[in-house]
Design a protein around this ligand. Structure first.
Ligand code: NAP
Length: 277
């Protein structure tokens, strides 16, 4: 026990029923013999700020937050990591014993570790990265890819204004490609990232031709349900290296677990098998 508070944390979103995080934390509690609890909390946007002090009083050590609370989570924090500030959103809150709230964004970390693990041959300097999407997950990927040193980040998004916001925020290595021209954006790309929700179960597939993708390009999808999206299936058929989105989900949870329960948990094949859709 790292302090006297209950071994208690949770994930807060609206909706929340689809979250795999409780299963993930249950696995780690079993694995490390921790008598902990990780609770899914369905909290609306209007109730978010007033719920946090209640959770702190109830002894929560922290919280993962998901849509629609990621910006509000950053706003209520007393201190924030460099990643959370740069991304403009937080997915992990740490409630310190003195009452201070610390915000972190671990999506960027999860994205990068998953990419490096799945495609160790990828080096950031190899060439432009193409980012499909300009939502919250795209912001995390843009931050870490630029920090890692990609020479150019091509962002393409259905709603062009959101891509322009990202370009404005992240600076002059970002170029914007019209959504209609997304397939052409792949020419000489070293990395192709889907951060849209297209390809997810219940959503249309991502319509993207990989004809222009170079032979050595790495293709990664943040969608993890299904594990092999049509984008990844098409990339595999062309013998491109692919990285699915499940590892990002697993790795992004590690910093919270470490902060709340005192141990950096392992990502094992058994865990992947338990959490995979
Ligand atoms: P978000 O902020 O709601 O962004 C959604 C993105 O998808 C936007 O760029 C949106 O474009 C685009 N999009 C949605 N429907 C579209 C359509 N019909 N045609 C074209 N573009 C469409 O969501 P997010 O948090 O960034 O998450 C995006 C995806 O990443 C989700 O599938 C989520 O599950 C996944 N994700 C995975 C992990 C992980 O750990 N593996 C972590 C975070 C997110 P507009 O701007 O035009 O609406």
């Amino acid at each position: 026990m790292i302090n006297e508070r209950p071994l208690l944390a949770g994930v807060c979103g609206f909706p929340i029923a689809q979250s795999r995080s409780p299963m993930l934390f249950a696995h780690w509690f079993d694995e490390y013999g921790i008598d902990g609890h990780y609770v899914p909390l369905r909290i609306s946007a209007e109730d978010f700020a007033s719920t946090i002090p209640v959770l702190i009083r109830a002894g929560f050590r922290g919280l993962n937050v998901t849509i629609p609370h990621k910006q509000a989570a950053l706003a209520i924090a007393d201190q924030a990591s460099e990643a959370a500030r740069a991304i403009g959103a937080a997915n992990t809150l740490i409630f310190h014993e003195d009452g201070a709230i610390e915000a972190d964004n671990t999506d960027a970390f999860g994205f990068l570790v998953n990419l490096r693990e799945g495609a160790p041959e990828w080096v950031s300097e190899a060439g432009p990265a193409v980012l499909l999407g300009a939502g919250g997950a795209a912001r995390a990927a843009a931050h870490i890819l630029l920090e890692e040193g990609v020479p150019e980040l091509r962002i393409t998004n259905r709603t062009r204004e959101k891509a322009e916001e990202l370009a404005h925020h992240f600076g002059d290595r970002v170029t914007i490609i019209d959504w209609e021209d997304r397939s052409d954006a792949l020419a000489n790309a070293a990395l192709i990232v889907n951060s849209t929700s297209l390809g997810m179960v219940g959503k249309p597939a991502l319509d993207l031709s990989l004809d222009a993708a170079p032979r050595g390009a790495v293709v990664t999808d943040m969608v993890y349900n299904p594990l092999t999206t049509s984008l990844l299936a098409e990339a595999k058929a062309r013998s491109l290296k692919t990285v699915d989105g499940l590892g990002m989900l697993l790795h992004q949870a590690r910093p919270g677990f470490r902060a709340w329960f005192g141990r950096d948990p392992d990502i094992t094949p058994a865990l992947r098998a338990r959490i995979a859709p």
